[in-house]
Design a protein around this ligand. Structure first.
Ligand code: GLC
Length: 453
């Protein structure tokens, strides 16, 4: 790619970092099926929505054509109503549960052309597409690519702002924990507790074949996840029915923040392409004012809102820090997020017991479990969201510390799915795509690097 060496930041100057960069690139190549990049070679053999977006970001630094192909391949699975599904099965079933047939998406008239799930995931894709364009602004194919994908991105955003926010409140709802991308986060516990688990023994949990059971969601919750899907199937995935009847209906602070940033990026693309910007401006201003409702003044963080229960879900997790990524907190709120949470040794900061930033759940929460999935381990994608947010507020030193810890984790333990914040050991899937892809972004664009677009 043109100008690659010019863009390389200071972190690329040592042999170790060069090696890390080469290993990360090789991992993306190894997880490439040709048509799409798998999140992990054994545990995740299909295409996942935000995993593919992160993969495209990593690919953009060394193979822009392949990065574009990744974006296209995900958008190919888009439903007729605009939804972009959270799992796509372009190559058919595997030993992964749930298999494509489980979803019964053919019941929906809106289903897309490829076998897929009937849920969505955080829309980081538009942000990635904009960043990709920034890396290839001088490439004439860049604008053609934007023209090609823009209508699909717009349709997805529109779907989110209407099907998932029919009253135009400014905050979209998710209907299943899997839509948050943080599947078994303790923040869902108060809602899940009231949901009936599906009967046991009707399915085999393949997620436990490749990864130790104590690093995966607990059985009861998994059966609740399945119960929700059986309801959605019976309602033919009709968005109105899901919104009106799903027992899980939550305004997720992290999802809405990611969408808000993506709306800003969509707006920038609309300006570049000379497209109508008005609907996007309206989404942006609505979300900005509605988002304040998720702020908890007593605790100094953001919490999700349970629309069914009519209550704030006061569980302190990394999701509360993600709004920094979208520039949503006022400066005084950002300062509280920093002082009372990120830098608080009893919550997210290293304290001797934990040594790495940023655990996915605050350490003082009842759900804290440092090796189990979204209940404590460090994930590279949430670290990335938080450090890019810190950077934007001028907390350069803290952004740098989170980036350094992220790179230290991959250096010690390889590109794992998640890491134990106590000793930095890896857990979950091996050879995990987004850990490699975001390492590439951090190496090429260390915090503090001027962004050129
Ligand atoms: C898990 C994660 C989700 C991710 C998927 C594939 O379900 O919770 O965020 O997209 O695995 O890596």
């Amino acid at each position: 790619m043109d100008g690659q060496s010019d863009r390389a930041g200071p972190l690329l100057n040592t042999d170790n970092q060069r090696l890390l960069l080469q290993t990360a690139q090789a991992l993306l190549r190894a997880n490439d099926t040709g048509g799409f990049i798998k999140p992990g070679p054994a545990q995740y053999p299909h295409q996942w929505n935000w995993d593919s977006a992160f993969a495209a970001l990593g690919l953009a630094y060394f193979d822009m054509a392949r990065a574009r192909a990744e974006v296209r391949s995900l958008l190919r699975a888009q439903w007729r109503d605009g939804m972009v599904p959270h799992i796509v099965y372009p190559t058919g079933p595997s030993d992964y549960f749930p298999p494509p047939a489980f979803w019964q998406t053919e019941r929906s008239a809106a289903a897309g052309p490829l076998p897929s799930s009937g849920l969505t995931q955080p829309p980081i894709l538009t942000t990635v597409v904009r960043q990709m364009h920034g890396l290839a602004a001088e490439d004439p194919a860049g604008l053609d690519f934007l023209r090609e994908v823009y209508p699909r991105l717009l349709a997805w955003h529109r779907w989110l702002h209407t099907a998932r926010d029919p009253e135009g409140s400014g905050l979209v709802a998710i209907v299943h924990p899997w839509e948050s991308g943080m599947d078994d986060s303790p923040r869902w516990q108060p809602v899940l507790a009231a949901i009936e688990p599906a009967p046991s023994l009707t399915f085999t949990r393949r997620d436990r074949v490749h990864v130790a059971a104590d690093e995966r969601p607990v059985e009861e919750d998994y059966r609740r996840f399945i119960h929700l899907i059986t309801l959605f199937r019976s309602w033919a995935y009709d968005p109105q029915a899901l919104y009106e009847r799903s027992p899980f209906l939550v305004q997720d602070a992290a999802f809405n923040a990611i969408l808000h940033q993506a709306d800003h990026d969509l707006l920038a693309l609309a300006h570049l392409l000379g497209e109508d910007t008005r609907p996007i401006e309206q989404w942006i201003s609505r979300t900005r004012s509605a988002f304040a409702r998720l702020w908890d003044e007593a605790d100094g963080t953001y919490y999700d809102y349970d629309l069914r229960g009519g209550r704030r879900l006061r569980v302190n997790t990394i999701a509360g820090l993600v709004p920094l990524f979208a520039g949503l907190p006022e400066p005084a709120q950002a300062e509280r997020l920093l002082r009372e949470h990120l830098l608080h040794p009893g919550r997210f900061a290293p304290d001797g017991g934990t040594r790495f930033w940023v655990p996915s759940c605050a350490k003082d929460q009842p759900g804290w479990d440092p090796r189990r999935y979204w209940r404590g381990p460090v994930w590279l994608n949430t670290n990335w969201l938080v450090l890019r947010g810190l950077e934007r507020y001028g907390y350069a030193q803290e952004a740098r510390a989170v980036a350094d810890h992220s790179l230290e984790l991959v250096r010690r333990s390889g590109f794992r799915e998640y890491y134990d914040p106590r000793d930095g050991s890896g857990a979950g899937s091996l050879a995990f795509t987004w850990s490699a892809a975001l390492t590439l972004d951090l190496l090429h664009r260390p915090p503090g690097t001027t962004v050129e677009w």
